[in-house]
Design a protein around this ligand. Structure first.
Ligand code: FES
Ligand code: FES
Length: 161
């Protein structure tokens, strides 16, 4: 199949790659760019383990074609920390034990990252609703909710120089 050239910014880095039109974004990220943080759980848009951020929206990268990202800005879990400092959502999952096996965690983090921009001060019910597209087989979700609450609080703290 003829390849198509795409230009995409991934975690702030410009990438120009020739991809087959049928290539899924999750495969492009993992196999072409060696960004293996986003996981493949179901490949049917159910689990959310593959969630990334595209142009300010949470997207399940197993249901998105790489060619659809031409001209877009993609953020993956590898781009969340800033110069070695964990993002508030990463700190929240760490401090509140929001993970066990960790398989769902990259998708949870990316969804939490976007969700807290959509709703910076959510109730528990809103967190559960906002994160409902991401499944976890281990934690029972309570600590995931606490992790998102932790991050919401942290993100509202004044930034100190
Ligand atoms: S692997 Fe994409 S939603 Fe499960
Ligand atoms: S921590 Fe194991 S699937 Fe969520």
């Amino acid at each position: 199949m003829a390849k198509k050239l795409i230009n995409v910014s991934v975690n702030g880095k410009a990438e120009e790659k020739a991809v087959e039109p049928r290539t899924l974004l999750i495969h492009f990220l993992r196999e072409e760019l060696n960004l293996t943080g986003a996981h493949i759980g179901c490949e049917t848009s159910h689990c959310g383990a593959c969630t990334v951020d595209i142009d300010g929206q949470s997207v399940k990268s197993c249901t998105h074609l790489a060619v659809q990202c031409d001209g877009s800005e993609v953020l993956t879990v590898e781009g969340l920390a800033n110069k070695g400092v964990l993002h508030a959502v990463q700190e929240g999952f760490y401090k509140e034990h929001g993970l066990q096996c960790g398989f769902c965690t990259p998708g949870m983090l990316m969804r939490a990252y976007r969700f807290l921009q959509e709703n910076p001060n959510p109730s528990e019910e809103e967190i559960r609703h906002g994160m409902a597209g991401n499944l976890c087989r281990c934690t029972g979700y309570m600590n995931i909710v606490k992790a998102v609450q932790y991050a919401a609080k942290k993100l509202q703290e004044p930034v100190t120089a």
